[in-house]
Design a protein around this ligand. Structure first.
Ligand code: EPU
Length: 431
């Protein structure tokens, strides 16, 4: 795999068959650093094979973890001999979730030095609520040169932490530190995403005492002894949603297996509004779209709202739905950058800040386009599958961050897609 690989897609074929969903990226990138708190051996199963996970495993090895692969999706992680040390920018720059190392190391060692996190670019991504939470637990935060976040505490003490904004990252990070704080921590206005609940379940398996995850209020009775455990990560609701939308948008007929359908209720409701048929089997669903789509109105928000991480993919479907649809982005400032790519394919989208208005067009046409970020990349693949003719998608390393075997999974569904490494450009010879 090369960073400048492209996807070449011949569109216009309905997806048909079955696809199996991998483990959840955003749960894995929280649970892997949480093993730091175990000071023992954790065996984690259903880990997706994606580049964000590879980077997180590299960082854990750098910190001194011993990691054995039991199979490609199952790892044994021994954090007994970990050393606290500075995690440099080269390691954190591609991975937003590197900020979970702050909470986990603060909990284990009482201090952490971690370079500012990278990740997808959709406007300013502050971490003020994470830092506020750590400070309320008694930590002191300072910044070193090169944007290294340095944090230390003589003793973490349980506290009441109210978040001004619902944040997945801040909720998870404060939970990681609070399991080692003396006494009771109460997190108010907590995020309710499935991966927040998955992390709480994992920490409880290690010996923590957390209750209320999945509601607005999470309570943590801290400083319990933590030990290694065996744990299986939940299925990825965003990968599942991406295949559901791809199946619908291509007027296909696909069984999406290994899901928790409860996590996908907002998407299922919106697909049905558009005229898509969704059969719910609990741990699978079947999506088929024999009829033309009708327009819809989407507003993204924290769980159980419509996930922002499915917004670009759903916008592609709305591009070919009859009538005028609207999409309001309620989480990120700047998540419509990809709209320019869809315009090149003949879509009719008008973006104004966090609001997009979409006039349905009969069809999209293939074009050379690029993946601006991870979910935008998934949306570009769907656009290519829907479009007439050939679409070439550049910057597919963004997609590698979060979708396991996307080309193979789509090929099995009958898509014509291949990954191509462009030939190196020959240096011009003089004379
Ligand atoms: N926010 C603050 N202050 C903070 C933290 C967040 O103002 O301290 C704001 C953000 O600017 C944003 C909102 O709160 O407007 C929500 O941000 P959140 O903290 O929930 O996002 P995150 O934890 O950085 C995770 C996922 C994202 C997903 C968002 C929202 C991970 C590693 N990332 O990000 O996933 O978009 O939650 O659901 O879990 C993706 O997988 O493609 C992805 C970007």
């Amino acid at each position: 795999m090369h960073n400048d690989d492209i996807f070449v897609i011949q569109g216009g074929r309905p997806l048909k068959g079955a696809v199996t969903i991998s483990g959840a990226k955003n749960a894995a990138v929280a649970i892997l650093p949480a093993t730091i708190l175990a000071q023992g051996v954790c065996v984690i199963d259903n880990i997706p094979q994606i580049s964000d996970v590879t980077i997180m495993l590299e960082i854990l090895r750098f910190l001194g973890a011993e990691i054995k692969s039991v199979n490609p999706h199952k790892y044994e992680i021994d954090t007994a001999h970990l050393r606290s040390q500075t995690v440099p920018h080269e390691m954190t720059k591609h991975l937003r979730a590197s900020y979970y190392l702050i909470g986990a190391m603060l909990g284990r060692f009482g201090s952490a030095k971690v370079a500012s996190p990278g990740g997808c670019d959709f406007g300013i991504r502050p971490i003020d609520q994470h830092l506020k939470g750590f400070e309320l637990l008694g930590a002191e935060v300072s910044y070193e040169q090169n944007a290294i976040i340095e944090i230390a505490s003589k003793k973490l003490i349980g506290s009441q932490v109210y978040f001004d904004k619902v944040s997945v990252g801040a909720t998870i990070n404060v939970m990681l530190a609070a399991v080692k704080a003396e006494g009771l921590t109460v997190i108010e206005n907590a995020a309710k995403e499935p991966h927040v609940v998955d992390l709480a379940n994992f920490l409880n398996m290690m010996g923590a005492d957390i209750w209320g995850a999945g509601t607005d209020t999470i309570k943590i009775r801290g400083n319990k002894p933590m030990r290694g455990c065996d744990y299986t990560i939940i299925p990825d609701q965003i990968e599942a949603g991406t295949y559901m939308i791809a199946a619908a948008a291509t007027h296909g007929d696909v069984k999406v297996k290994n899901i928790i359908s409860k996590h996908l209720e907002s998407l299922t409701a919106k697909l049905k509004e558009c005229g898509v048929q969704v059969e719910d089997g609990g741990d699978w669903c079947k999506v088929s779209a024999p009829n033309p789509f009708t327009c819809s109105h989407i507003k993204t928000g924290p769980h159980p709202g419509f996930p922002t991480d499915l917004q670009p993919q759903m916008t592609v479907l709305l591009c070919i739905a009859g009538g005028t649809s609207t999409v309001t982005e309620g989480v990120w400032d700047n998540r419509f950058k990809y709209a320019g790519q869809l315009l090149r394919m003949g879509a009719d989208i008008n973006v104004n800040g966090q609001f997009a208005s979409i006039e349905g067009v009969g069809a999209l046409r293939g074009a050379p386009i690029q993946a601006d970020d991870l979910r935008a990349g998934a949306a570009m693949i769907i656009a290519g599958l829907v479009a007439q003719g050939e679409t070439r998608v550049e910057n597919v390393d963004h997609v590698d961050r979060g979708y396991e075997d996307v080309v193979e999974k789509l090929k099995k569904l009958g898509a014509k897609i291949k990954r191509v490494t462009p030939a190196p450009v020959q240096a011009a010879t003089a004379g």
